[in-house]
Write a protein that binds this ligand. Structure first.
Ligand code: PLP
Length: 337
């Protein structure tokens, strides 16, 4: 199975290339979610990944694959936060200069984390697409290499390494719930998993507010939609109108795409903290949201989901947990299986 230029071989190559630079994250069972879903549910904890999200996998694969000339000219990227932080982190490790372009929508905690790595931060515009204009200009004028947040074969292959790890830990995985924004993550994972287990359903989850991939699939081509505020800030941003890889990959390999509401996401973050003792950011909690809100459809067989990131300011988490106190107390009354 291949997505044009991305193959299973690329994902194995990525795994070898990034092995020393990223963490192999645990896959843990969740008896609580299993009770809701009626099937075993496992959580892939990319929230424990270096830099607090899985994005460091794709960034590492791209940056460690640069030529000497590319390394000298530096890298540039556009990001809703986590990718920028991952690129900044990997660039510093590799001794490469990095510039990260973000829009005004990116939360301050994520901006501060990018600055703290020594990368140059450029804040521009009201959407990822507007911030991207600056990044593409730097590619043109300074010859910097773009580390695209999703639409790049190296990045897709890097994210796909998560699929290899899930298959090793749960060989009979039958459903996979994966958060979707630009589609690099689900594209890479689906490519890895479906090769070994074509019967495994790969289900995407996005937020109702501003799901660019969902709207693009509906339209049959990449469309631009306005970025709107969401608790799942890491899932904001378009899929780029000149999308070369992920739109096709997602259209071919994803079985279903579920949308969850802001309330569903908040409840999922509160659940993760209270029941699993995990801090999961909004974009990382949409898989939990789909199960708790009973939007994942009928699941048959072992199910895994990727908790993609942990980068949310702690006062925000405390606020959300407190707002769900009564609901959480109700959950705690349920008998643990
Ligand atoms: C980027 C990101 C996603 C979505 O990944 P895509 O490859 O853009 O679909 C999901 N969760 C978190 C926490 C992210 O940072």
């Amino acid at each position: 199975m291949s997505a044009g230029p991305v193959t299973l071989g690329d994902i194995y190559a990525a795994r070898a290339r990034i092995a020393g630079a990223v963490r192999r994250t645990p896959l843990i069972p969740s008896p609580w979610l299993a009770q809701f879903a009626g099937v075993p549910v496992h959580l892939k904890l990319e929230s424990l990944q270096d830099t607090g999200s899985f994005k460091v996998r794709g960034a590492a694969n791209k940056i460690l694959g640069l030529t000497e000339g590319q390394r000298t000219r530096g890298v540039v990227t556009v990001s809703t936060g986590n990718h920028g932080r991952a690129v900044a982190h990997m660039a510093r490790r590799a001794g490469v200069k990095a510039t990260v372009c973000v829009s005004n929508l990116v939360p301050e905690n994520k901006r501060a984390a990018i600055r703290a790595t020594g990368a140059e931060l450029v804040v521009q515009g009201r959407s990822q697409d507007e911030a991207a204009e600056v990044a593409f200009e730097l590619v043109e004028t300074k010859g910097m290499t773009m580390v695209n947040p999703f639409d790049d074969p190296f990045v897709i292959a890097g994210q796909g390494t998560i699929g290899l790890e899930i298959l090793e830990d749960l060989p009979d995985v039958s459903n996979l719930l994966v958060p979707v924004s630009g589609g690099g993550l689900i594209g890479g994972i689906a490519l890895a998993v479906k090769t070994a287990r074509p019967q495994c359903r790969v289900i995407g989850v996005s937020m109702e507010n501003g799901a660019a991939m969902y709207q693009s699939l509906k339209a049959g081509r990449p469309v631009q939609i306005p970025d709107v505020d969401s608790l799942a800030d890491s899932l904001q941003g378009g899929i780029f109108l000149d999308n070369a890889y992920t739109f096709r990959l997602v259209r071919e390999l994803m079985d279903d795409l579920i949308l969850v509401s802001e309330d569903d996401i908040a409840a999922a973050m509160a659940y993760a903290f209270d029941r699993e003792h995990l801090v999961v950011e909004g974009g990382g909690a949409v898989g939990i949201a789909a199960i708790l809100a009973d939007k994942a459809g009928r699941l048959a067989g072992p199910t895994a989901m990727v908790l993609t990131g942990t980068n949310v300011a702690s006062p925000r988490v405390v606020e959300i947990v407190n707002a769900h106190r009564d609901w959480l107390d109700g959950l705690a009354q349920l008998k643990r299986p």
